[in-house]
Design a protein around this ligand. Structure first.
Ligand code: AMP
Ligand code: ZN
Length: 454
């Protein structure tokens, strides 16, 4: 039996994945805060969500994947004021940019995407329950969650040993070593401008943490299978999500918590506040495709930090392009050989089911590609099957006819002429000249092939 094993942050253990319903999985991923373009660190996490979902599907589960869009919080309001546009205008713009990145990275879109601003009713209902049960209390600036009332507060982030101070915090993100009562609802102040809802719990807007609890439970129920995000969300965000949800329902919120490590630059974590960010657009403008970046991400296990450098991206690009060329060759060669599908199928499944070990899975992919004793047609079928997990666009690979500059075309014609006249030494000299100009000619039984040197 080859069962899917996942590392569960809640228990700090590798566990066999068992869904609540037999063949169906409910999965929630914290989505982007749409206050500017996503950076490639954010995108590493969204590639992880996609990989997890694809692996579940590969294991024959039906997946209901839900993701939120944080389109109202401290950061979005501040950015809309700085850009001098409405909150809706700002968030619509960056949501569009996010989904463009998603498409280019071959990330399967979630089944359900929910915007926080369209789920205020659910947020209010949840806060009302917390008030009724005395987990929440009102002050002059908002409604807060009382963390000392919730017995297992901080279990996910292992905060048990930290002394809880009797203080509270209005901002969405706060000191990671200082657990405090946090705002569920923030009463309107002039600094929020025209961003507020007139509701039965007062005029104001939701805190960030309650948004995710409300949207997750609305679409997946009180208890569901998997919740994912990057490690920085463990505290306070996910810790607070658990507290609010479990206090309201009296039930376990989520069975499996999956957290991905950061993408780092040499100064440390890639983050907007450190100012060391790169967007997908920026790496594209330097000659890389989004799938080169995806390939790079898969070369590092998701629980290990990925140290980003352009040298690493260049290496990933070269290997990915070599992979594409090899696949084109395999498609052409039509070699009859052994059927090794069963063996490689198992090796690949063992790798991804070993808590998403993509470096090992990619190693298996290369073993298949390089196996000279494996039937070409079956090989291609298997590569395409593996790609349903890796999402590297390998199914769509076709030979791209090189667009040759006129001067290269003329040199090629000249070389062919020399070969016809059996002037091979001169023809070879021309081949070298063409090579020095960046194009490689390979003679084949029925003609020749030419490709650009990477
Ligand atoms: P945000 O748009 O800021 O809400 O972040 C979206 C996702 O990206 C969240 O799951 C964050 O935890 C994650 N994230 C932020 N910075 C990084 C990073 N440097 N590497 C990986 N994930 C990150
Ligand atoms: Zn969230």
């Amino acid at each position: 039996m080859n069962e899917l094993k996942l590392y569960n942050t809640l228990t700090r253990k590798i566990e066999t994945f068992k869904p609540i319903k037999k063949k169906q999985v409910g999965m929630y991923s914290c989505g982007p805060t749409v206050y500017n373009c996503a950076h490639i660190g954010n995108l590493r996490t969204f590639i992880l969500n996609d990989l997890l979902k694809r692996t579940l599907i590969y294991n024959n589960y039906k997946v209901k994947h839900v993701m939120n869009i944080t389109d109202v919080d401290d950061k979005t309001i501040k950015a809309s004021q700085e850009e001098n546009i409405s909150l809706n205008e700002l968030t619509t713009k960056y949501e569009k940019s996010f989904f463009q990145d998603v498409e280019e990275l071959n990330i399967i879109k979630p089944n359900i995407t929910l915007r926080a601003t369209e789920n205020i009713k659910e947020v209010i209902n949840l806060i009302k329950i917390l008030l009724e049960k005395s987990y929440a209390y009102k002050t002059s600036d908002g409604i807060y969650f009382s963390i000392s009332k919730f017995k297992n507060y901080g279990k996910l982030a292992q905060l048990e040993k930290i002394k809880i101070k009797k203080s509270r915090v209005l901002t969405d993100e706060y000191d990671k070593t200082n657990p405090q009562d946090f705002a569920l609802w923030k009463f309107h102040t002039s600094s929020d401008g025209d961003v507020f809802w007139e509701t039965e719990i007062g005029r104001g807007r939701p805190g960030w943490h309650i948004e995710c609890s409300a949207m997750a439970m609305k679409s997946l129920g009180k208890t569901f299978d998997i919740h994912s995000g990057a490690v920085d969300l463990m505290f306070p965000h996910h810790t607070n999500e658990i507290a609010q949800s479990e206090a309201a329902t009296g039930k376990k919120f989520v069975n499996f918590w999956i957290h991905g490590e950061f993408l780092n630059m040499k100064e440390g974590k890639m983050s907007k506040s450190l100012g060391n960010i790169l967007t997908l657009k920026e790496i594209k403008s330097q000659g890389f495709s989004p799938l080169h970046f995806r390939y790079l991400c898969l070369l590092t296990h998701y629980r290990k930090p990925l140290n980003f450098t352009f040298e690493n991206l260049e290496a990933a690009k070269n290997t990915y392009e070599r992979l594409k060329r090899k696949i084109i060759e395999i498609k052409k060669e039509r070699l009859k050989g052994q059927d090794k599908t069963k063996y490689y199928n198992l090796t690949f499944l063992e790798a991804i089911n070993d808590e998403l070990n993509t470096p090992k899975a990619i190693q298996t992919l290369w073993q298949v590609v390089d196996d000279l004793n494996f039937d070409s047609k079956l090989k291609i079928k298997l590569i395409e099957k593996f790609d349903s997990v890796l999402g590297l666009g390998l199914k769509k690979i076709k030979e791209e006819k090189a667009k040759l500059p006129v001067y290269i075309k003329e040199l090629i014609i000249g070389r062919q002429e020399l070969r016809k006249q059996k002037k091979f030494a001169e023809a070879d000299m021309l081949r070298e000249k063409i090579k020095s100009l960046g194009y490689l000619i390979e003679d084949k039984p029925n003609g020749f092939e030419i490709r650009k040197v990477e």
